[in-house]
Design a protein around this ligand. Sequence first.
Ligand SMILES: Nc1ncnc2c1ncn2[C@@H]1O[C@H](COP(=O)(O)OP(=O)(O)OP(=O)(O)O)[C@@H](O)[C@H]1O
Length: 607
Amino acid sequence: MLAKRITEPFKHDRLDLSSIETKSKKRADNWQGTLSRIWSYLMERKGRLSLVILMIVLSSAFALLGPFVVGMSIDTFIVNGDVDMLLVALVGLGIIYVLHSVSVFLQHFWMVSISQKTVYTIRTQLFDHLHKLPIPFFDKRQHGDLMSRLTNDIENISNTLNSSVIQIFQSVLTLVGVIVVMLYLSPLLTLVTLTIIPLMVIGMKWITKRTGKLFKAQQEHLGDVNGYLQETMSGQRIIKAFSQEDRVIRTFEEKNQRLRLTGFWAQTISGFIPKLMNMLNNASFAVIAGVGGVLALNGQVTIGVIVIFAEYARQFTRPLNDLANQFNVLLSAIAGAERVFAIMDEEDEFSDKHGLDRLDHVKGEVAFTNVTFGYEDETTIADVSFRAKPGQTLAFVGPTGAGKTTIISLLSRFYDPTSGVITVDGKDITSVRKEGLRRHMAFVLQDSFLFEGTIRENIRYGKLSATDEEVEEAAKLANAHSFISHFAKGYDTLIDSDGGGISQGQKQLLSIARALLADPDILILDEATSSIDTITEVKIQQALRRLMKDRTSIVIAHRLNTIREADQILVLDKGSIIERGNHDELLEADGFYADLYESQKKKLLAT
Ligand SMILES: Nc1ncnc2c1ncn2[C@@H]1O[C@H](COP(=O)(O)OP(=O)(O)OP(=O)(O)O)[C@@H](O)[C@H]1O
């Protein structure tokens, strides 16, 4: 039973680790590039970095000096019985160790400040860049993964800069220093002491080979657990509505179990390192004492030198140990940094700025000419052409998946057509800056997204410079003022990002107010499908009419009542326009639209 439990995690790890190994091979190709990029961030704080390096050199020198003073004191003052000088040496030793502590404290203090500033810069740059990335980038990625890059991976860089970088520098310096001083004191005893190195390297290699993979697996499983946690938190309503709590808990249990097992083995095996080092340390101490003793009897070394060697041997194994440990940490931080830089290297959607039209003034004419588009290989929009004159309302209807939302995504340049041309006021929109184009548009979308903040801030999102009076004016026009006034804190009522405490209808009214405040030249309206009580529905329809008045409006309609007055209705099916005309013309044509209208009318009468 125990054997099964011990081998199981490895069976499982072997499966998982293959993918991690392939990834790490790819990483190896560009880890130098990643390191030099991290270095360039550090170089922005050259002054502090120089101080840290100075402190590392000083603390390493003090660490070497201590045992040297002890050894020399034994040979000169103790052997000769010079008590006064011995006291002086002891005071000197005290000062050396105090200075050592001060330099260690300062190097840590300055390095923490460098690393915090570095990750602050990286986090800010990453967040800024994420907001400039085009929609297709987000289509391809899990939100949990992006969150993990913004949090875990960056945190990893910070931790590594704090501890590993210093330790690696210090370890190398101490190693070199110890070997130089040992060679100076006794080349023969140095050789004997160094025989311990191959044993150490073999042991370390054996352990780190296993722990390296396990730590990576642990990181991946942690990402998996975090992703699942996030997904289940945001999907709470659906989970409860479909009574999926048990299944969700079981799945989490499996993921959590995998994390526990890899964590357990990673910690257990890496825990062998100090034990192994301790054992080799004791062995080297015995060898130094034995060989040193013989050499001392022959008068080749003094007792003081043996004491220095014994102490150095201890200092010698520690940096080797640290190097091996920190190397793993460093590799995992590099892997994290690569994931962060990979996002920063994604081309943002505003990189096409140069030489493009700013589109300052717009009348609002929108035209599609033979536009074809597909998200992947399949064609989603096929040869679509239409024209909306300034101020006109153009409505799209059609079955789900027909491509209505895709049309507005193309008009907003979230995607560009495969062929054909989209123009605003006769200008091809691919020759216009994206932000210049979107500045003229306002969106009222199905899932009226509200941000965490007050109602006032949420409406003001449409025009950040709006005064409180303008915000209230827009809310009044949107029929939102009366329900807002009923809240105890009115416009200062706090809402969370899920819109908790606010009904669907109220959310729609707030997003209409937001669009009214933006006062766009082109309005894009994706009508909500959710059914709303009749009074709110009347309020929404009235507010929408006000919003659409005198501006070009592209409407995706689900309730045909909304678009009876539209100048043009386009019926879309499988990406193609199959009917077009106004409400009366389409009823007369007695086609798809007429059928849809009749069926909606019957449904309304039945309820
Ligand atoms: N980001 C995307 N990546 C790949 N395919 C997509 C993407 N968005 C939509 N599609 C696909 O494109 C087709 C058209 O989708 P679209 O959302 O435009 O339809 P719609 O008419 O707006 O549907 P609905 O009325 O349900 O909102 C669908 O088959 C859909 O699966």
